[in-house]
Design a protein around this ligand. Sequence first.
Ligand code: FAD
Length: 488
Amino acid sequence: GNGQRDRFVVIGGGISGLSSAFYLLKQAKQRGRDALVTIIDPSERIGGKINTLKRDGFTIERGPDSFLARKTPIIDLAYDLGIENQLVGTNPKAKKTYILHHGKLHPMPPGLVLGVPTEIAPFAKTSLLSWGGKLRAMMDFFTPASKETGDESIGDFLTRRVGHEVMERVAEPLLAGIYAGELNKLSLASTFPQFREAERKHGSLIRGMRANKRLAASTPTVATRLPEAVKNSMFLTFRGGLNTMLEALHQSLENSGVEWKLGRKAMAFRQNDPDEHGNDSPPYEVLLGDGEIIEADGIVITAPAFDAADLLEPHMNVDALHAIRYVSVANVVMAFDKSTLGIDFDGSGFVVPRTEGTTITACTWTSAKWLHSSPSDKVLLRCYVGRSGDEAVVDLSDNQLTEAVRRDIRNTMGITAEPLFAEITRLHRSMPQYPVGHLQETAKLRTKLRAQMPGVWVTGAAFDGVGLPDCIRQGKEAAIGVYKSLVG
Ligand code: FAD
């Protein structure tokens, strides 16, 4: 540093980058230091994947739509930003989730936690699974825990514990909502380490998940503070959509004098040679697409893995980043007049196993799940397409895509009405797939980076959790890490 002002560059203006900037400034304040943060993003709009659209009285999310209430980092940030009173939960009357099976919607049996049964009676009764499949799942009680210590795929793990049928018909479609992935390729250790923990501690996944549930129920309403009105909801968002958080972050960063470089890409960065530049010059320089150079004491890279790899490749081996494949997805949001449908939406929507052969992978009954999202005489549906192994669909024309989705909602729900409007969002290479061994490989890369270029941090959804709360936590960890390496 130059002893006066700490200069930081944050690459990427998504939630990870904005949180990094927010917590860098908070660190500076706590340490009694003066900091200047510059945020770079090729987009003119901040927020990255977060993208709320207001239209005709609807609040439409084109990207993420909510977050898990029990994950504290986002709740803490909401309080820090003073927007906690704008949190809203899901409609308590729409708790049910359905699964499509042989073309029909079946309610998900109560007690399923992330696709794992924790209550035996409803599981035994469900029409979703064959008797053979249910019995195979119960073998979990008698199968000893694996003695292997390395990572494995979630698919292999679940097949080993509860059998192929539960994996394919229940777990994959439910978990696919988060990764759009193939469970046979996703790392267990980086996605659901609690599954492996449950097996290890209890000798049974089902017993372990039951114990976790009991523990959660007996621990006073989570570790986090939450406004009374939303205490009973598993998922939360903001009344004005996730954009509420972006606006509040933008305002707070603006007040702290953050410098925005929007519509421009970070092309490269380099380490200055103190012999050449003297000890007073800052250690790093970041080059922007328009030729501008920004000096920095610390850099936080939050771009997706493939973009981060471009920035880091000149300095080190980035195989760990290249190993993270990104799946393309799209969603089609459709609005209807309630009176034209005649359907009672008594749940939050449904998910679709691969084997059903539909174009859509899931459908959220948004207006039923989130009462704030729609006028009360309207219905809003959000249909998802694209998953690992089935991505070409994302590039169908608008007409083809809408037609395919309308065919599916006709066949599954009997909806033939003309939508009032449809909003299509394509998200190319948007869902990172953590490969088996991801934790170890990325840890190695980061250790090397820290040794070679102290003050440079690489983080974001590509690393340790894709959920918004995980991204915020990672942004905070980056801020603390960068400041530590700068001033201890
Ligand atoms: P991003 O939002 O991708 O931001 C990275 C930024 O880096 C981008 O703005 C990009 O333009 C910028 N960038 C790239 N290259 C450069 C460069 N060279 N220089 C400068 N900037 C660069 N999570 C939930 O918790 N709940 C949900 O309901 C949910 N639903 C989702 C639905 C979809 C369709 C998708 C795609 C994701 C969903 N997620 C959800 C996950 C979550 O939205 C993301 O993991 C999270 O928003 C990623 O934030 P990020 O800042 O790490 O990355």
